[in-house]
Design a protein around this ligand. Structure first.
Ligand SMILES: [Cu+2]
Length: 220
């Protein structure tokens, strides 16, 4: 959905740009000053239909942009609350702690340290193609949770009460397995650039095994 909004916006912007360039070139060529004619062209003051067109067309264009943006951002920000896998994300200077809960049962938290390579940071293991609910919190400054591959980013702001819907978002994970980079996208101090983590997407079967070996309270 983010991809289609992005593509649609580009197509609309390119079409608008093409029309504008054609009009500029056309005006420059066909309305340039001719040597043969010294007198001023007829001076027209108002042309009501054209003035109205100039007002209406941008209004229609902006409305179309607004409609699609509002529709998609509402959908992206919506939290249905029925995800079986939930992740509590705690951001701190300068790493992350992830606590995954499956059907209400928490797994061992995963916490990390600042690193130079996202693969050595804390790793969040999730199943492919599944709706995940995230709950973001920070104990110190503003961070930003960003997995570029998910096309989603959300600021992690300290001091938001637990029941506030602004802390939560849902995404459906990608349909393919792999290890994806995650970052902090808000300058949060000296080791901000090393606040890296990874998301490992595994098949449901592998995820079930992961749950079995990482139930909270079981021996590591
Ligand atoms: Cu940060």
């Amino acid at each position: 959905m983010v991809q289609s909004l992005w593509n649609g916006a580009w197509i609309a912007a390119l079409a608008t740009g093409a029309v504008v360039i054609v009009l500029i070139v056309w005006a420059a060529i066909f309305h340039r000053k001719r040597k043969s004619k010294a007198e001023l062209p007829p001076q027209v003051r108002y042309n009501l239909p054209i003035e109205m067109l100039y007002t209406l067309i941008p209004l229609v264009m902006v409305s179309v942009f607004f409609f699609f943006t509002a529709r998609d951002s509402e959908r992206l920000a919506r939290v249905d609350g029925d995800a079986t896998v939930k992740v509590k994300v705690e951001a701190f200077q300068w790493s992350w702690r992830f606590t995954t809960t499956v059907d209400g049962k928490p797994l061992q938290p995963v916490a990390g340290l600042p690193v130079n390579d996202y693969r050595s940071g804390p790793q969040l293991v999730l199943p492919v193609n599944k709706k995940i609910e995230f709950d973001l919190s920070s104990d110190d400054v503003i961070h930003s949770f960003w997995v570029p591959e998910f096309l989603f980013k959300r600021d992690v702001i300290p001091g938001i009460p637990e029941d506030n819907p602004g802390r939560k978002f849902e995404i459906t994970t990608l349909g393919r397995t792999g290890v994806f980079a995650g970052r902090c996208a808000e300058l949060c101090g000296v080791d901000h650039s090393r606040m890296l983590f990874s998301v490992k997407l595994v098949t449901q079967q592998e995820f079930d095994q992961y749950i079995a070996t990482n139930q909270a309270g079981s021996a590591q």
